[in-house]
Write a protein that binds this ligand. Structure first.
Ligand code: UDP
Length: 410
């Protein structure tokens, strides 16, 4: 079986935590690697910012970077203008380069808009994974309304016309079911996995190095906020909670904010820096930028807790990576992270967005060594229930089902 996995707007090889690269990039690359190990040939297809290229990532795993639209980076908000051209480039890949596919799996709405017509043209079954949906209320309120409207309509069409839909979480499947009634036996949930070898409590050995790098004293607890910096992720709540904790209650701790702002969120990033200074924690908040997967694994293992103040998350890969590292999470209850956080097992949930309530939860964890030790252990056990191998094997079964259904019809 040879499949195409399309991520038009962002290459799976892009550094997560920067620009438009996050959980989707990590998930697509990790799953593709495991599918290839299962003997399924995988072509990853993305848009190139420069010349077209072909990169052999592993046995049975190739990345095609195709030219479409203007040269250079195109803001995500304008990329839909290049979907037709990108679709043509995929058509050329199939016809001129002779890459035939049994199935096309599109990730994010832009990839679906570009390649569903190509899949139809060649009679190839099409599977769609959205990762996020315009129907999420935070997106509706934050973004350009005309783009949200266009995207919402496209998502409805893709949900109606695709041969299969793979949601990454119950939250995503629930949102989909709310907007599209006839999904019955065309929708599956395949939760993300985690690389539990990389994200491992043993990396706490790097404590001295990490602390020297960040300028944090030996005994001082480290709190993390990991993810691209944007209002939706709510890093401001983490800064406010830290101020309540340090200035309000005299508890020593440092917050490391890991990740770069998304292209439209530079203003939020600078506001965050100012906020930390205004709240007298300018020295206690370290803005680290984006770090490599390995460095991030060190940070998780060394930290006392990972704060997840996002207003909503489709899956919340960071929560699982932290748990695998043996570091409890403190997450917003309303964020919808039903798979990636388990209350009392991988961490604590806070049912409010009041900094005081967050400070209380953090103080409880930092002040109760027994609770922290129990959570560190159970968090790791919890995360071990998720793996990329398992995600890939579920997907390969779904691919076979969709393929056999489409063969039965033709
Ligand atoms: N990430 C990273 N380096 C960073 C910041 C983030 O590798 O500096 C990774 C993080 O480990 C996770 C992904 O980016 O795998 C973010 O995924 P998540 O689902 O938490 O959020 P998303 O960005 O998809 O909204």
């Amino acid at each position: 079986m040879r499949i195409a996995m399309v991520t038009m707007h962002s290459s799976p090889l892009e550094k997560p935590g920067t620009r438009d690269a996050g959980g989707m990039n990590v998930a697509v690359l990790s799953i593709a690697r495991e599918l290839a190990r299962l003997g399924i040939e995988v072509d990853l297809i993305t848009r190139s910012n420069g010349a077209a290229s072909r990169i052999q990532i592993a046995d049975g795993l190739v990345l095609h970077e195709l030219r479409a639209g203007a040269y250079g980076v195109i803001p995500k908000e304008e990329l839909y203008l290049a979907t037709e051209e990108f679709g043509s480039a995929v058509r050329n890949l199939i016809t001129q380069a002779g890459r035939g596919y049994d199935l096309i799996h599109s990730h994010y709405w832009l990839s679906g808009v570009a390649t569903l017509p190509i899949a139809r043209e060649f009679g190839i079954p099409h599977i769609q994974t959205f990762h996020t949906l315009a129907a999420l209320k935070e997106l509706k309120s934050a973004a350009d309304p005309s783009l949200v409207g266009r995207r919402h309509r496209a998502e409805l069409e893709l949900a109606a016309a695709s041969d299969g839909i793979v949601a990454v979480s119950l939250a995503e499947a629930g949102t989909l079911e709310g907007i599209q009634r006839s999904l019955e036996n065309r929708i599956w949930i395949v939760p993300h996995g985690v690389d539990a070898e990389l994200f491992n409590p043993a990396r706490a050995e790097s404590s001295g190095e990490v602390r020297a790098e960040l300028g944090i004293a030996e005994a001082e607890p480290i709190l993390l906020a990991v993810g691209r910096v944007q209002a939706h992720k709510g890093q401001d709540l983490a800064v406010r909670a830290l101020s309540q904790l340090v200035v309000g209650s005299g508890v020593e701790a440092t917050l490391a904010v890991v990740g770069e702002p998304t292209p439209e969120s530079e203003g939020y990033y600078w506001d965050l820096v100012d906020l930390a200074a205004e709240l007298d924690v300018g020295q206690k908040v370290k803005f680290v930028g984006a770090v490599s997967r390995e460095r991030l694994a060190d940070y998780f293992a060394v930290a006392s807790a990972t704060l997840l103040p996002s207003k909503s998350e489709t899956f919340g890969l960071v929560a699982l990576e932290s748990a695998a590292s043996g570091t409890p999470v403190i997450a917003f209850k309303g964020s919808g992270m039903l798979e990636s956080v388990s209350e009392g097992e991988s961490g604590m949930l806070v049912d409010s967005r009041e900094p005081r309530d967050w400070a209380k939860a953090i103080a409880k964890l930092l002040g109760d060594a027994e609770l922290a030790a129990a959570l560190r252990k159970s968090a790791r056990d919890f995360a071990s229930r998720y793996s990329w191998v398992q995600a890939a094997s579920s997907l390969s079964e779904i691919y076979s089902t969709v393929l056999s259904r489409s063969q039965a019809v033709t």
